[in-house]
Design a protein around this ligand. Structure first.
Ligand code: ATP
Length: 603
């Protein structure tokens, strides 16, 4: 039996193009190996130094990069076993499981150096064993030698030298290396230096220190968010999930975000940066926070660029969701003003999620003040005062009906803003007792008083003239008695009439085939005509009814019709605009003639 042959060029290509997002990960992999080696040494020698020293190309002077660590080093046998076999790692237990204390586990990290180098040299010494030299080439060859006296290491540990590829030199230069070492390694529990610059910054800023007051800590975290995330958070929330060895902080965004845009979080695993935009840490509804966390128990994918989806990650997501929910509840109970400020910023996102998420729906129901015709209030408050949540589905409809409905003691919510109608419609899914009802404008007339039979009879001549004038406009004349008395008439289109009207308008604009299709939807004209409801309580309307000259009645009816359209924010068709114009000029003419006659009479 023979082993598979591995074409290392192919493997390097696979890693560079399909596993790792960018060559910059080579710095992470080198840091990780150095830290693991230091961890291994300190397990038996707790006083051993913990220093990683990187010399970028400017310092080595020959274009190479060198990384020196004070770690456990390797014996000659280990070099043969571990460095010469892809997929072999010294960080697994006897059963082959990744050992908990180490960052690495797969045995492929060193290969990432071939993204920037075509030769890797390792000079390593374990305890008092001789120093061993290993050189690996991108084409898959390697050689091992025991160092001569000139190459002997003075101290235990390992130095890795990268000889750059033709297109890799810029990755090994000082500024790039400082930036990458700081990015990945700033929270590592060892000292990391690039040249003389220390890039490790000690313990994570969210961990409290003995000298810290809560105020200091908060200031420090706000400063941290400004420096690393680029915003001043609305609030900072402590995070902790002991089962995952997770600690950290969530920063509430001070500006609105699209909940569908995945922002991602800054995640460290065992103090090494996993990613600045890691997804899947929070439940979807928690779009308003960005987190920075460190976890010892969560696992990375092999590329170390994402969290591995497993049961523990599910648990973490749920626990972090609970912690953010707790923050919202605390805000709602202790600090209404802050909650209002939060909703001011994030209401669109909260509402978008309320369409699917009951938690967010409750939040909107309890805390978001909506526009109603009896003042701004939350939906919960509205229900308490008025029972059924009666609403208009468009802003126009609300404007049209708000005042008149209020005069009939009918409270309505403006459901015309983004998501509001859908949110109201979803309320019964929270609690089946909740009643919601979309107001149909024509329902309003059922609240108006009808007239006694005698008055009805006396109205006949007026209605006849009026209906003739309104027939031309496809509208029906009705007389009722309602508040406010100052309103002469109300133009009401019920929903099916509105639909029919739109249909007709479209049909006039489109070609024959399409018009034919639309015609099939059109109902008989009569079922769904808009109504012009005259108000019998209005003095002008009463005077009009008493008027005998039908010419003036017609003009006045047209003017009232036009005004009702304008008041209700209804669209004006060209015919309506022409009619408004004509009735205005006609009435003016009447007024002028009347005045002239009066003057003539008095002269
Ligand atoms: N600086 C070092 N000091 C001591 N041993 C090292 C060093 N660098 C690498 N090694 C040894 O070489 C082995 C292979 O390293 P490599 O980076 O390829 O994989 P790994 O760190 O085990 O896993 P991962 O692929 O997850 O990084 C390691 O398991 C370790 O035993």
């Amino acid at each position: 039996m023979t082993n598979f042959q591995v074409d290392l060029r192919g493997v390097v290509d696979l890693l560079s193009h399909h596993l790792y997002g960018s060559p910059r990960v080579y710095v992470r992999e080198l840091l990780q190996n150095a830290v693991d080696a230091i961890t291994a040494r300190r397990a038996t020698d707790s006083g051993a130094p913990a220093l990683v020293r990187i010399e970028p190309a400017e310092l080595t002077g020959d274009g190479t990069l060198r990384v020196h660590d004070t770690g456990i080093g390797l014996t000659e046998a280990q070099v043969h076993e571990l460095l010469a076999t892809i997929g072999r790692s010294g960080k697994r237990d006897e059963l082959g499981f990744a050992r908990h204390e180490f960052l690495g586990q797969f045995g492929i990290g060193l290969l990432s150096c071939f993204l920037v180098a075509d030769e890797i040299r390792v000079r390593t010494r374990h305890g008092n064993e001789p120093t061993v030299l290993w050189t690996g080439y991108a084409d898959g060859r390697y050689e091992v030698a025991v160092a001569g006296p000139a190459d002997e290491r003075a101290e235990q540990g390992t130095s890795v030298t990268l000889v750059p590829r033709r297109d890799g030199a810029q990755w090994l230069t000082g500024p790039t290396v400082v930036e990458l070492a700081r990015l990945y390694g700033s929270l590592l529990p060892v000292t990391v230096r690039v040249g003389s610059e220390v890039v490790s910054a000690g313990p994570p800023p969210w961990l409290a220190t003995a000298a810290d007051s809560p105020g200091d800590r908060r200031e420090r975290l706000i400063g941290y968010a400004q420096a690393t995330l680029g915003f001043t958070p609305f609030d900072v929330i402590d995070l902790s999930v002991p089962a995952a060895g997770l600690t950290g902080a969530a920063f509430v965004l001070p500006m609105p975000v699209n909940p569908a845009a995945k922002l991602g979080h800054r995640v460290y695993l065992k103090r090494m940066l996993l990613g600045e935009g890691t997804e899947g840490l929070l439940p979807e509804w928690a779009f308003f926070a960005r987190c920075v966390v460190d976890a010892t128990e969560l696992r990375p994918t092999a590329s170390r660029e994402a969290l591995y989806e497993d049961g523990l990650l599910d648990e973490v997501r749920e626990a972090l969701g609970d912690q953010l929910r707790g923050w919202l509840v605390r805000l709602a109970t202790n600090d209404r003003d802050r909650l209002a400020a939060f909703l001011d910023v994030h209401h669109l996102g909260v509402k978008a999620l309320a369409l699917h998420d009951d938690e967010m729906l409750r939040l909107v129901d309890q805390w978001w003040p909506m526009e109603t015709n009896v003042g701004r209030m939350t939906l919960a408050e509205f229900r308490e005062r008025h029972g059924t949540v009666r609403y208009c589905a468009t802003i126009d409809e609300f404007r049209q009906l708000a005042a008149v409905a209020a005069a009939q003691d009918l409270a309505i919510v403006n459901g015309g803003y983004t998501y509001d109608s859908e949110i109201i419609e979803r309320l019964p899914s929270l609690d089946r007792e909740i009643l919601v009802d979309r107001l149909d404008p024509s329902d309003l007339t059922t609240r108006f008083d009808t007239l006694d039979p005698d008055t009805e009879l006396a109205l006949r001549p007026f209605l006849k003239v009026t209906q003739r004038a309104l027939d031309r406009l496809g509208c029906e004349a009705v007389v009722r008695s309602f508040e406010p008395a100052a309103l002469p008439a109300l133009y009401l289109v019920d929903r099916s009439a509105a639909f029919q009207q739109q249909l007709r308008a479209t049909r006039e604009r489109v070609d024959d085939v399409w018009a034919g299709v639309l015609a099939a939807f059109e109902q008989a004209e009569a079922d769904a005509r808009p109504q012009l409801v005259f108000n019998h309580r209005n003095p002008l309307v009463r005077r009009l009814i008493a008027l005998t000259g039908s010419g003036l009645t017609e003009l006045a009816v047209e003017a009232i019709y036009g005004q009702a359209l304008l008041l209700g924010h209804h669209p004006l068709r060209p015919a309506d605009a022409a009619l408004l114009n004509r009735s205005f000029l006609g009435l003016l003419n009447h007024a002028v003639i009347g005045e002239a006659e009066r003057e003539g009479g008095s002269a």
